[in-house]
Write a protein that binds this ligand. Structure first.
Ligand SMILES: N[C@@H](CCC(=O)N[C@@H](CS)C(=O)NCC(=O)O)C(=O)O
Length: 412
């Protein structure tokens, strides 16, 4: 197997992988130190004041009983629960023999000029921001691909998968099997890496983007692809790629995922009326009336709009947004356009869109038919850049071929 290195062989960016890894490495020591300090403080406090009174004894007894119970519990769970407490566990992308039976390809984008040699099936919700991001990238690159439009409520088309999120892609390997890749940013990085250097089979390349488990700041176990914003280079950095350009690209791709995207739901589902309007637009953009029976379309619109209206309130709190959610969106868009202005370039990538441009564009295009987007066009200067990117993406995109194939087998 070839050996790959991260593009720009420096530390992972603060706030993403490296921070997670550092936390991982430090946590046990920190926790131990913390409990030791607490215990020492209790003992010192007691002897220092020389007040070996009842309260102190009771506290000490409590600490000892608590520590003993904790140790027994930890020992018990480790003993009964095998590996589940392992940190830094890696799960590599799965492979499947063919397109799972019952999966319905709903449309294809076919570009006769596509030289990538890739055979990609994208499982998506048409207006999911992460899916829009992947499509913006594939379209810009002029890559042909098939689409499986997944019912957002019932999700029958991804029932076969252990990961229940979209976007998800199946990409055909040299041996005819398919590698399953999830996470929009990792999908983009994987394919961008492959397009730079096609010597390695895409299935093998995908193994360099494993999910890694770690504990976040709140001690919650998380899984993420820690190098998802990194392109992997085999033996040399391609000509014209600078470290600064790569860092800039990663910074704004991360911003699109960690900031911009979180402003969409609180805005687009702000009231029940706006939520219904948004879902009607999803139905139109995703052609739900074409791909699903009427009862299923209506269920997706009404259940979806109600659920998202309720969830949006929770998301607003989680991301510390004020009631004036629009202003947060405008601020973010102003931040993006101010950076473009500062750099005095048409796109963040210079004369051509970079992965960051495509990510931000993709995320924003998910709400193109929503009131939030219309308001944003009126209240910020995002429009010029947005429609410039859109023009190139649409120009490069393959031709739309509609079809509905029931449970097709993988074809050579
Ligand atoms: N980090 C993931 C996020 C994907 C994601 O959250 N997708 C949503 C749709 S917009 C989903 O599938 N949610 C279903 C679920 O969480 O069960 C990515 O970038 O692809």
């Amino acid at each position: 197997m070839s050996c790959f290195r991260l593009a720009t062989a420096t530390a992972l960016p603060a706030g993403s992988g490296s921070r997670a890894l550092r936390l991982l490495a430090n946590r046990p020591h920190k926790e131990l130190a913390f409990t030791r300090r607490q215990f020492a403080k209790a003992v010192e406090g007691g002897s220092g004041s020389r007040k070996t009174n009842g309260t102190f004894k009771l506290g000490l007894l409590g600490a000892v009983v608590g520590a003993a119970t904790g140790s027994v519990y930890t020992f018990y769970t480790r003993w009964t629960d095998g590996n589940s407490h392992k940190e830094h566990e890696e799960t590599k992308p799965a492979r499947v023999d063919g397109l799972p039976s019952g999966v319905r390809i709903t449309k294809r984008y076919v570009n006769p000029k596509d030289t990538s040699g890739l055979d990609i099936v994208l499982f998506q919700f048409q207006t999911c921001p992460f899916c829009c991001k992947v499509r913006a990238f594939l379209d810009y690159m002029g890559i042909s691909y098939s689409v499986v439009e997944v019912d957002a409520v019932l999700r029958q088309d991804i029932r076969w998968s252990s990961v229940k999120k979209v976007p998800m892609v199946l990409i055909r390997q040299q041996d005819g099997r398919y590698v399953q890749m999830v996470d929009s940013s990792a999908i983009v990085s994987l394919i961008a890496t492959y397009l730079q250097d096609k010597r390695t089979d895409i299935g093998e390349l995908a193994q360099f983007y494993p999910h890694t488990s770690f504990f976040d700041d709140d001690g919650k176990k998380k899984l993420d692809i820690l190098n998802k914003y990194f392109l992997m280079y085999r033996d040399h950095t391609p000509k014209g790629v600078t470290k600064e350009a790569e860092e800039l690209d990663r910074k704004w791709r991360t911003w699109a995922d960690n900031h911009l995207v979180h402003l969409i739901s609180p805005n687009c589902y702000q009231t029940m009326g706006e939520s219904l309007e948004t879902f009607e637009w999803f139905s139109q953009a995703g052609e739900w009336d074409v791909y699903f029976p009427k009862w299923e379309r209506d269920m997706m619109v009404y259940c979806g709009a109600t659920a998202m209206w309720a969830i949006a309130k929770m998301l607003k709190r989680r991301h510390n947004l004020t009631d004036d959610v629009r202003s947060h969106m405008y601020d973010a868009l102003d931040q993006w356009t101010a950076e473009l202005k500062k750099r005095n370039t048409k796109f963040m990538g210079g004369k051509q869109p970079s992965l960051a441009d495509l990510s931000v564009f993709g995320v924003l295009s998910s709400m193109e038919g929503c009131q939030t987007f219309k308001d944003s066009l009126q209240n910020t200067s995002i429009g010029k850049w947005f429609y410039d990117v859109k023009a190139i993406v649409e120009k490069n995109r393959g031709q739309l071929v509609r079809e509905r194939v029931e449970g097709i087998k993988a074809v050579a």
